[in-house]
Design a protein around this ligand. Structure first.
Ligand code: 2IT
Length: 445
């Protein structure tokens, strides 16, 4: 494999798609060694076939706001790879959404889903629509318009969307409602559904819970007890919320959360009613964390800053891609960080990841750490197909097992000669091997 050649031809074909090119390059660097040991991969042109999505749907989404004004947003669904199962992955509604971001997310999702051991292919979709500041009725009309276009291309065994940034239980409800009306079926074509209509217990918390189960395994493997450790989290959405709850339950102390306005440091720990307060703040439509510091006077608000400048034992990006850069990585290391794990997708820049690995900082990538979200979506699909509902304990114990399994796969492929576990390499190879084998077995399609 010649990584430079592959990357330059991809850059020529998809100029400016920076996030997508970044995600592809990271995987290629990890798998180069094992790829070269398998001539059948080269013969089957696995890389060339794997880096391009199977297909992309792009569509316009016209909708009417509460004043009667008409808006047009862009909608996408990137069906990346279905070698091991139906396309599966979330929808992101955020002003920053573009094809590069959705292709990177779909590419990552393909390997992540392979790691879960469940039969799910990779996909991602969304829109440049921002739910921030919109009324319920506006969000409903937007979701209905989105689904009017997408419904033909999805289905319980074809493509199963879910939530991501900007798409929570409310949006999934409106999207699924319209899907059902058009498709005239009541099957598990969406995950992250409400509990009353086919959703799974534990799904809302699953990404954060799974992330902490994974981090706990990493620490245990390295003889470190999570109890009493301080944790910096970014974000204050669904993922950060689940992570804060589970970290606290495991005996750690969460000292930061962040929003687009900056971050809050609370030396007393962010848990219990403080999390409820954050949820209220968020549901009020206020996408800022500053009021937290007014509510809890011991907490301090740092405007326009990121939490990585604080001295903590564990750092967990939970917000969005490239939210932790090389300078942040150096600061964390200088402050003696024990473990960094991405709960957001590609939370760290390529330079930050290189720095952690070169300096042997315990680090794990999103596609392993945050796979508990989509894994629990897979469990939701299973429950829907069986027309049953598992208890929270059943779902949670399966989630724990899956995270333990992903951790074991990372060690299998990521153990370096000096004893360092390179979780990036481990996760990329483990995910790649499964998808590559499945693609070869099914011929050139
Ligand atoms: O990035 C992710 O894995 C998700 N947004 C969840 C996808 C899913 O299908 O549950």
């Amino acid at each position: 494999m010649n990584i430079n050649n592959i990357m330059s031809s991809l850059e020529a074909r998809h100029p400016g798609e920076l996030e997508y090119l970044q995600a592809v390059k990271e995987v290629l660097i990890s798998i180069e060694g094992i790829y070269n040991e398998h001539p059948e991969f080269e013969k089957a042109r696995v890389i060339e076939r794997l880096v391009e999505p199977d297909r992309i749907f792009t569509f316009k989404i016209p909708w009417v706001d509460d004043k009667g004004d008409i808006h047009v947003n862009l909608g996408y669904r990137v069906q990346f790879n279905n070698a091991i199962g139906p396309y599966k992955g979330g929808l992101r509604f955020h002003a920053s959404v573009n094809l590069s971001i959705l292709k990177f997310l779909g590419f990552e999702q393909t390997f992540k889903n392979a790691l879960t051991t469940l039969p799910m292919g990779g996909a991602k979709g969304g829109s440049d629509f921002s739910p921030k500041g919109k009324s319920n009725a506006e969000i409903m009309r937007f979701c209905q318009s989105f689904m009017l276009e997408l419904w033909r291309n999805i289905g319980p065994d074809t493509d199963v969307p879910a939530g991501d940034i900007g798409v929570g239980a409310r949006e999934v409800g409106y999207l699924y409602g319209m899907y059902k009306k058009l498709a005239r079926e009541n099957t598990g074509t969406f995950t992250g559904k409400g509990l009353d209509y086919g959703g799974s217990l534990v799904r809302p918390e699953a990404t954060g819970f799974g992330g902490l189960y994974f981090v706990n395994r990493m620490l245990e493997k390295h003889g470190i007890d999570i109890k009493g450790k301080t944790v910096a989290l970014s974000g204050f959405g669904n993922v950060a919320w689940g992570a804060a709850i589970k970290a606290t339950e495991l005996g750690a102390k969460v000292v930061t959360i962040s929003g687009p306005d900056g971050y809050v440091y609370d030396p007393d720990g962010i848990s219990g009613e403080k999390i409820d307060y954050l949820l209220e703040l968020r549901s009020s439509g206020n996408d800022i964390v500053e009021p937290y510091a007014e509510q809890y006077p011991k907490a301090k608000f740092f405007e326009g800053k990121r939490p990585w400048e604080q001295k903590v034992d564990i750092a967990l990006p939970c917000a969005t891609q490239n939210e932790l850069n090389e300078d942040d990585a150096k600061m964390l290391k200088a402050n003696g960080v024990l473990c960094v794990a991405e709960i957001s997708n590609m939370g760290c820049t390529a330079e930050a990841v290189d720095y952690f690995i070169a300096n042997r900082v315990l680090f794990a990538p999103g596609k392993a750490v945050n796979a508990g979200g989509v894994a629990t979506s897979g469990l939701e699909m299973t429950q829907n197909a069986m027309h049953i509902q598992w208890t929270a304990e059943e779902v949670d114990s399966k989630l724990r097992q899956i995270m333990a399994n992903i951790h074991a796969q990372c060690i299998e492929y990521g153990l370096e000669k000096d004893g360092y576990i390179n979780y990036v390499k481990g996760a990329n190879i483990a995910g790649f091997m499964k998808v590559a084998r499945a693609m070869i077995a099914q011929g050139v399609i």
